[in-house]
Design a protein around this ligand. Sequence first.
Ligand code: NAD
Ligand code: UDP
Ligand code: UDP
Length: 321
Amino acid sequence: MKRILVTGGAGFIGSHLCEKLLSLGNEVICLDNYFTGSKMNIIHLLGNRYFEVIRHDITMPVYIETDEIYNLACPASPVHYQYNGIKTIKTSVMGAINTLGLAKRTKSKILQASTSEIYGDPQIHPQNEEYWGNVNVLGPRACYDEGKRCAETLFMNYHQQNKVKIKIARIFNTYGPRMSLNDGRVVSNFIVQALKGEDITIFGDGTHTRSFQFIDDLVDGLVKLMDTKDDFTGPVNLGNPQEFEINELAEMIIKLTGTKSKIIYKPLPQDDPKQRQPDISLAREKLDWEPAVGPEEGLLKTIEYFRGILLHANPDDAAKR
Ligand code: NAD
Ligand code: UDP
Ligand code: UDP
């Protein structure tokens, strides 16, 4: 049995990862400061004797004994990471330093949840891991993008200088149950708007693209990446290469929910990437991984989740910390 630390474990991705790691017979320590995560995401795990929760801010050092670390702590959607940009950078950079220091001391393997955002508004398409990216260092997304880029650099330096065993996952847009209701991401926004019969807000003309992966596929990829040979560090893209225009996503959600909502168009935010699609050849080769869940199946599960949240509870309860 391994003892595994998941920072950001009460968040959307972290809570699914904790669940998966427990199901594989590990002891799991979830560390979170509940900035964007919620106790509701992990409440069903609290009865498991192999599950432990620490309320802690990862910008501060943490001293525990571990075998593996998944570093996920960081707000992930523009609304949340722009709320306090300085804190977002501190979380990425100081969070990386502290978890790497912990990994160095305990000789743990450590995986960094990096992001497709390190490619910025990409000038090559699809994006592979060789691409250096096109990020506006002073733009509104920089606190997130540059924080994550610096974290990757730190991971590589700790690996080269201190022989820390690292893995870097570049995660592309991910959706599924337990996405936060109010994070302003396109999938959650469109589904909630559709279920409430409100207008569906497309930013720009909706011809720009994203590639969406379902949460179960991502969690599977993260665990496989952690289990690769020690000499494989990544970075490796984890995403679903099926690419959609935002207009197509809106139409799909309208069809699957059966809503009478209308589409309205709003201005595109500054520095919003025009296209994004992962090249997952490396993940296929090194992890023997590729996404298995199609858009309709994944969206239906997500719609069911939000229907439950909106029907059975006061939406504010779901966000209670
Ligand atoms: P999330 O906001 O649901 O989860 C992040 C978690 O980190 C939350 O529980 C939050 O409370 C916690 N956290 C934030 N700051 C913290 C701090 N200083 N100390 C301790 N905990 C802190 O977001 P998510 O979608 O689950 O994302 C998880 C990770 O995956 C993030 O690092 C994100 O950058 C990365 N990622 C996500 C996506 C995506 O599409 N969801 C894409 C690329 C990368
Ligand atoms: N650290 C931590 N837990 C540990 C070991 C280290 O939080 O178990 C933190 C420590 O506070 C330090 C950071 O990780 O600031 C980086 O550790 P490292 O050993 O690389 O740096 P140093 O302590 O030499 O500055
Ligand atoms: N978007 C949109 N309407 C919304 C929310 C988002 O059209 O209500 C657009 C957004 O401008 C971006 C895309 O959908 O082009 C994906 O946005 P999200 O915040 O989910 O992910 P990211 O931009 O970080 O990839």
